[in-house]
Design a protein around this ligand. Structure first.
Ligand SMILES: N[C@@H](CCC(=O)N[C@@H](CS)C(=O)NCC(=O)O)C(=O)O
Length: 230
């Protein structure tokens, strides 16, 4: 079977979850940059909901990050990132769902887009969007801090899982905002977890192959199509 192909754009939070998991499992893959065709037929043929990532593996194509990383964890050799224990697996899926529903939307879709993505394109930040999101970001960081405050290395305890790789890219991108810089030191257990995750060989390798951070050009359209309004 040929190596899998990850379709997406380089700065995408969800694309980076998939790339981190493949890298950690030592699975060789190709990255196919869709930046110039986002929203166009070539992209929509892969993902009818106009999002990334998509994974191609031989004649099989799959989208939605949680489905993709579960497939990767089962289809390829390498360290398992899904616990055998039924409760630990339940807890992992709880965290994955929480990233999709609470962490990514407020940290990335609200704050990081307003603080980094739009200004890089010459579009002013909407302070109302940031103000609405910040109490929800603080709530999320408090929840993570409590979960990580029992002396364990990873979210589920001693076992690194898909949950950690789900949380990492959102919390990395948020760290680049002024809000992240101010808030993170208030959460010491979370900060220790971040340092541990940032120093994993997979994270370092993944960061080293990413191109220089460039403005996300197709995001100019997001200001019209799906910017939160308050
Ligand atoms: N539910 C999707 C969410 C994926 C998603 O929102 N991806 C963002 C990038 S991080 C995207 O495709 N944005 C493109 C756009 O909004 O035009 C998943 O889990 O894969």
């Amino acid at each position: 079977m040929t190596d899998p192909i990850v379709y997406g754009f380089p700065r995408s939070t969800f694309v980076n979850i998939v790339r981190l998991v493949l890298t950690h499992k030592n699975v060789p893959y190709t990255f196919h940059d869709l930046e110039t065709v986002m929203g166009k037929p070539e992209h929509l043929a892969l993902h009818p909901f106009d999002r990334v990532p998509i994974l191609g593996h031989g004649d099989f194509t799959i989208y939605e990050t949680s489905a993709i990383v579960s497939y990767i964890d089962e289809a390829f050799a390498g360290p398992k990132l899904t616990p055998q224990d039924v409760r630990a697996r339940g807890r992992m899926n709880q965290w994955i769902s929480a990233v999709n529903s609470y962490y990514y939307p407020y940290m990335i879709y609200h704050v990081t887009h307003e603080r980094l993505v739009f200004p890089e394109l010459g579009i002013a930040s909407d302070e109302k969007v940031v103000a609405h999101a910040m109490p929800k970001v603080e709530l999320g960081l408090g929840v993570l801090e409590r979960e990580l405050s029992h002396g364990q290395d990873y979210v589920l305890g001693s076992e690194l899982s898909l949950a950690d790789f789900f949380i990492l890219p959102s919390t990395f991108a948020f760290s680049l905002t002024e809000e992240g810089g101010k808030l993170y030191p208030k959460f010491p257990a979370f900060s220790r977890w971040r340092e541990r995750m940032e120093n994993l060989p997979a994270t370092k390798k993944q960061r080293s192959i990413l191109p220089r951070r460039e403005p996300i050009l197709h995001a100019r359209e997001w200001a019209n199509s799906h910017r939160p309004k308050y």
